[in-house]
Write a protein that binds this ligand. Structure first.
Ligand code: ADP
Ligand code: MG
Length: 257
């Protein structure tokens, strides 16, 4: 299924093909993300959701096809060419790996040192404080990651990811393993990044409640391609067997939990 590319798409995966050894992950995947929208990618475990995000920040590259971002094809970019992209596109990783030897404040300042070595110390401090306030953890600069709960660590990971004021945030399973309250806080953060900063978000999740809460559109990855993209309502009403099966399995999991 080929999606006609809207002219104003900020991100566009075009006819992506990717294999790991004999294992084919994508066979002609197409997906567009509009500027300012929150698009959630759903799909079974191991279908290539994380790989898709990694292609956007240069951790992996497709074998064939294009990864358009702001009119440039990232698929053939070198590591050096990716540097400016990484200032604009931030990834919130599954495990929010903070540096345990650094304080919370130093963790958040880290990407700022890296990308803006010239930034004056007071501006740096100000940015760190601002980001901690955004994730509802003001004033915890001096704490150590080991002193934080799992939910707090995730939020510090987010504060670090957004330290450089990215235009795009990639969220890889941001609520996995979190309690319901922390999960709702993360959902609220995804919504507020869009509302207050105008960020474009691509979210990977298998938490359907989160997907319904945060998404402008949802894309279903199955059979090595995107089989359907639509609004929350359109996806809920989907007749596509792949989508139905995924939703029904998830509903069952939620009821059993
Ligand atoms: N760097 C890699 N080397 C080899 N295989 C990989 C690599 N990254 C991912 N894979 C494989 O690609 C498939 C898709 O991975 P991934 O995108 O992480 O799945 P998910 O949809 O669960 O996020 C999986 O089978 C995974 O084992
Ligand atoms: Mg994954």
């Amino acid at each position: 299924m080929t999606e006609p590319a809207p002219p104003d798409a900020l991100i566009r995966f075009e006819n992506l093909k990717k294999s790991f050894g004999p294992k084919r992950i994508y066979d002609g995947l197409n997906l567009s993300v509009q500027k300012g929208e929150t698009l959630t990618v759903i799909g079974g475990s191991g279908t290539g959701k994380s790989v898709l995000l990694k292609c956007l920040i240069g951790l992996l590259s497709p074998d064939r096809g294009k990864v358009w971002f702001e009119g440039q094809d990232l698929a053939a970019f070198t590591d050096a060419q990716f540097q400016p992209v990484r200032k604009k596109v931030a990834m919130v990783f599954q495990g929010a790996a903070l540096f345990d030897s650094l304080t919370v404040g130093e963790n958040i300042a880290y990407p700022l040192y890296e990308h803006f070595p010239e930034m004056p110390v007071d501006e740096l401090r100000e940015k760190v404080a601002q980001k901690l306030a955004l994730v509802n953890l003001p004033g915890i600069e001096a704490m150590r990651p080991s002193d934080l709960s799992g939910g707090m660590r995730k939020r510090v990971g987010l504060a670090r990811a957004i330290a450089v004021d990215p235009e795009v945030i990639l969220w890889d399973e941001p609520t996995t393993g979190l309690d319901p309250i922390s999960t709702r806080i993360i959902d609220e953060l995804i919504l507020s990044m869009k509302r207050t900063l105008g960020c474009t978000s691509v979210v990977v999740t298998h938490d359907m409640e989160s997907a319904f809460a945060v998404s402008d559109r949802i894309a279903m990855l199955a059979n090595k391609r995107i089989v359907q993209v639509g609004t929350v309502d359109e996806m809920r009403q989907s007749k596509l067997p792949d989508v139905r099966a995924f939703f029904d399995a998830r509903a069952g999991a939620t009821r059993r939990a």
